[in-house]
Design a protein around this ligand. Structure first.
Ligand code: ATP
Length: 504
């Protein structure tokens, strides 16, 4: 049985050891909160995104995929409200100096007594008692109620576009001017805003901004959706739990446009669809649950929202949000840009005039999932240890990643039993047959067969095909199933058919 921290530790270690996920810039000490996906991680991520795209775009006639730029006009973020509101409440603990997000801190009744560790966890012996302030929360690290006031921390990464040097320009213009602290701040911000562009904190806005183009080029009829997978960037106050919360991550988002009044029906539909999708690739369906947002949690423009939560080692937490966003986004972009972001349905009666033909601003349902967070969930779901005994009767642990075959990075490994007697050549021929079918296949002739099986169990390869002496004459292989470890002797073509069937 894995304890929570144990399991995360094992996943992080396996991810690095086998080439799923590495710390960014590791040889320079690492860049906190950014990660690189190695050969297996890149495959796993690609497979998850392909399955999402298949289910959202390919299996429907009314959802269209796009691939928008990460840098957008800064007015996009003014219209969307991100420039004014995309910030988190940042608090400093005056006891242990930890920085944290107020909205994620442990809640305690204002005025109640709380025991905390003086100077934080490194001085675990000295306990003190304090009173929880009116904010109603304490430090997540040391439980201290001695906290700084909250201040807004802007979550968007800012950069400049074009040949602009805001700091240089500032020195040129004000270098010899005596300025008060307030003036200095104002002028600096003013200069920094010239040519400022932002790395998108979500992929969603491009789907609203391109609404008109997509409507025109596809002749889509409501209800229809625009889907996108791509990178997003947030300057998170706290990055935590490995790739669960990082500053650079990937999202899979759908904006589904529907008629005003039909939003509840579509919210229910998409919530169920998305839950089913996550569960369809998981071993433990019970690790997923829905949580409806309370009224006071909803953004001011949203009339309902569900989170799909996953049971992480630290408890249930968000994996995907499905929000009913009303007509807020299209209306805002219409207002700020002057573009007509509406839809005309000539077959409908306008409820306001009772006349044939209705022009309205569509309502939006937004299922928004983290791709990299989904990858973490599938690693956690797949990680499995089995106790057994080896050939000498000693205890041994078999580590197996029980990834769904469609998600597994390597689908099949072809293993010659020995490196001679034509076995490697026969194995390579079978590997080529699989590769011709677009199946990522390893040819592996190093180490003992047991070690090779163990390696492929650990990276989640669903099938191993072993070529032995007899294979040369009867064209049969031993097909080993990763999860049951069952081995059957079948013809090469049967083995290939079985693998194709598991991936279909
Ligand atoms: P959280 O409450 O965890 O901060 P959020 O409510 O801000 O998430 P959304 O803005 O709804 O998240 O983003 C949609 C999805 O994008 C999330 O459900 C999550 O899967 C993913 N996501 C958001 N922020 C991050 C991040 N910093 N790192 C990795 N994935 C993220």
């Amino acid at each position: 049985m894995n304890t929570a921290n144990d399991l995360m530790g094992k996943i992080i270690s396996l991810a690095k050891r086998r080439g799923f996920v590495f710390q960014s810039s590791e040889i320079y000490g690492g860049l906190k909160s950014a990660y690189d996906y190695g050969p297996l991680g890149a495959e796993l991520k690609r497979n998850i995104s392909q399955e999402w795209w298949k289910s959202i775009v390919y299996e429907r006639s009314n959802v269209f995929g796009i691939d928008a730029s990460i840098l957008m006009h800064s007015n996009v973020w003014k219209a969307s409200g991100h420039l004014a509101n995309f910030s988190d409440p940042l608090v400093d603990c005056l006891n242990c100096k930890e920085r944290f997000r107020a909205d994620k801190a442990p809640k305690h009744q204002a005025g109640s007594e709380i025991t905390y560790i003086e100077h934080g966890k490194n001085n675990a012996k000295v306990h003190k008692t304090g009173t929880v302030g009116p904010q109603g929360y304490v430090c997540p690290t040391c439980s201290s109620p001695l906290l700084s006031p909250e201040r807004d921390f802007r979550g968007m990464f800012k950069t400049t576009m074009g040949p602009i040097d805001p700091l240089g320009d500032f020195v040129e213009r004000y270098g010899d001017t005596p300025l008060s602290k307030k003036e200095l701040k104002e002028k600096l911000y003013e200069m920094a805003d010239r040519g400022a562009v932002y790395l998108r904190p979500e992929t969603a806005q491009a789907m609203f901004v391109q609404f008109q183009n997509i409507l025109q080029t596809t002749s889509a009829k409501i209800p229809f959706g625009i889907a996108q997978i791509g990178k997003s960037f947030r300057n998170e106050i706290i990055v935590e739990h490995f790739i669960f919360r990082s500053c650079e991550f990937e999202q899979m988002e759908l904006e589904f446009f529907c008629e005003p009044g039909s939003q509840k029906e579509w919210l229910d539909y998409w919530t169920q669809e998305r839950l089913k999708w996550h569960q369809s690739f998981a071993n433990n369906k019970d690790s997923y649950r829905l949580r409806q947002h309370d009224k006071d949690e909803l953004a001011h423009y949203s009339d309902s929202c569900f989170d799909i939560e996953y049971k992480y080692p630290w408890g249930f937490d968000e994996l995907e949000g499905i929000a009913s966003r009303t007509d807020y986004d299209l209306k805002k972009h219409s207002e700020f840009s002057g573009a007509k972001l509406s839809y005309f349905d000539q077959n409908k009666i306008d409820p306001a005039t009772n006349k044939q033909g209705w022009r309205y601003t569509p309502y939006v349902i937004e299922p928004s999932a983290g791709l990299t967070r989904t990858l973490l969930c599938y690693l956690l779901d797949a990680y499995h240890e089995e106790q057994g005994v080896d050939q000498h009767g000693n205890d041994k642990t078999r580590t197996v990643l029980r990834l769904h075959p469609k998600l597994a990075p390597v689908k099949a490994a072809v293993l010659p039993l020995v490196k001679k007697d034509g076995q490697p050549e026969a194995a390579e021929k079978i590997a080529q047959e699989l590769r011709k079918r677009g199946i990522l296949t390893n040819f592996d002739d190093g180490q003992s067969i047991g070690k090779r099986y163990a390696k492929h169990d650990e990276i989640g390869t669903p099938f191993c095909l072993t070529v032995d002496q007899q294979s040369i004459s009867d064209e049969k292989v031993t097909l080993r199933d990763r999860d049951s470890t069952q081995q059957v002797r079948v013809s090469t073509s049967e083995a290939i058919a079985k693998i194709c069937e598991a991936l279909a």
